[in-house]
Design a protein around this ligand. Structure first.
Ligand SMILES: [Zn+2]
Length: 219
C-alpha cells in the first residue's frame, strides 16, 4: 500500500484542477501533499540530521509541509500577498540570515527569476542550504519565457527547462548547485530539484546518499 512519507496517510485524491499523475491521484487526502512535497521531504531527510536543524533559522517561501516548523530553532514563512509577504526578488533582510531556505514552485511566478536566485543565495549562511524547485525541469529541455503572468498557466511567467542549469554558474558564482532527481513514493513520477549551498559538505552528503545527483555548478 502506498503511504505519504510526510503524514503516513494512505488515501489519495486528484490534485488541483482534478489533475492526475498518469492514472494516479497525487494529493494526500490527509496532509494535502503533492509529488513535489513528498520528493522534497525525501531528499531533505536523506541528507540532513534533525538535531542540526534544532539550531537552524529557516525561511520558507511556499506554504506546504516540505519541512516542519517544529524542526527549527527559528522558522519564518512568507506567504505571497499574505502574512510576512516577502519579495523573493528583493528579500527584505540582511545577508546570511538563514541556515535553510525553502523555495518550492515560486520563482516561475516572479518577473525576474535570476534575481530571485541571487537573493535566495544572499540570505543563506555560509553553512546554509537552499532547496529550490520549479515545475518539471525533468521533462522540459528548453526554457520558454513569455514575460508576463499567464493566468491560463497558473500565473507563471515562464516554464524553466534543463537549459537553465547552465546559467547557475554565473548567477550564483562560488556556490555549489546540485540537481537531484528523485521518485515520488505515491505516484512513482520523477522530479528534479536543486540543492544549493556555499558549503561543500552538503554536496558530499548528497553524493553519499542513495539519491541520483549531478553537479550543475560549483566545481
Ligand atoms: Zn500526507
Amino acid at each position: 500500500m502506498k503511504r505519504c512519507n510526510i503524514c503516513d496517510g494512505k488515501s489519495f485524491i486528484p490534485g488541483p484542477q482534478n489533475r492526475l499523475a498518469g492514472k494516479a491521484p497525487p494529493a494526500c487526502a490527509k496532509c494535502g501533499s503533492l509529488e513535489r512535497h513528498r520528493i522534497g521531504r525525501r531528499i531533505i531527510l536523506a541528507i540532513s540530521k534533525r538535531d542540526e536543524f534544532a539550531n537552524y533559522a529557516a525561511l520558507q517561501f511556499s506554504d506546504d509541509r516540505l519541512v516542519e516548523q517544529a524542526w527549527f530553532k527559528r522558522y519564518e514563512i512568507s506567504i505571497f500577498n499574505g502574512p510576512n509577504s516577502l519579495d523573493v526578488q528583493n528579500i527584505n533582510c540582511a545577508s546570511e540570515m538563514y541556515d535553510f531556505v525553502i523555495c518550492c514552485h515560486v520563482i516561475e511566478h516572479v518577473h525576474d527569476h535570476r534575481k530571485a536566485i541571487v537573493e535566495l543565495a544572499r540570505v543563506l549562511t555560509k553553512q546554509g542550504l537552499l532547496f529550490l524547485a520549479y515545475p518539471n525541469p525533468c521533462h522540459r529541455a528548453a526554457t520558454v519565457d513569455w514575460g508576463f503572468p499567464d493566468w491560463r498557466r497558473f500565473g507563471h511567467y515562464r516554464e524553466i527547462g534543463r537549459d537553465f542549469e547552465s546559467e547557475y554558474r554565473s548567477i550564483v558564482p562560488n556556490t555549489f548547485v546540485a540537481a537531484v532527481t528523485a521518485l515520488d513514493c505515491v505516484t512513482e513520477s520523477w522530479d528534479r530539484v536543486y540543492i544549493i549551498s556555499k558549503n561543500a559538505s552538503w554536496m558530499e552528503r548528497l553524493f553519499h546518499s542513495s539519491l541520483q545527483v549531478e553537479m550543475v555548478a560549483g566545481l
